[in-house]
Design a protein. Structure first.
Length: 94
């Protein structure tokens, strides 16, 4: 179970803010606590990224021009798809 939070401001989030968001996610679970997935227009401080890893949360930065998500912590990098997308194989001519 996951709880997705989106923050559109461009500032880096602190460990205190990640702790609060993670607590809200955990409290939202009825039978099982929910893990936090955070999408932000800014970044994370180093302590915030460390706490997110310990809490098994994933944090991503969303590029406002492309919409592309970039992992901000180790857990998010583990959960991400590979950056290199396989090319389309060329068909043999008939």
């Amino acid at each position: 179970m996951f709880r997705i939070e989106w923050r559109s401001n461009g500032k880096d989030l602190s460990a205190r803010e990640i702790q609060w968001l993670n607590g809200m996610a955990a409290a939202a679970g009825e039978k099982l606590p929910k893990h936090l997935i955070l999408i932000t227009g800014g970044g994370l401080t180093r302590p915030a990224a460390g706490f997110a890893d310990k809490a098994k949360a994933c944090a991503f930065h969303q590029d406002p021009t492309t919409g592309r998500l970039t992992a901000l912590n180790y857990r998010a990098r583990e959960a991400s798809l590979p950056e290199d997308t396989p090319g389309t194989p060329e068909l043999e001519p008939w």
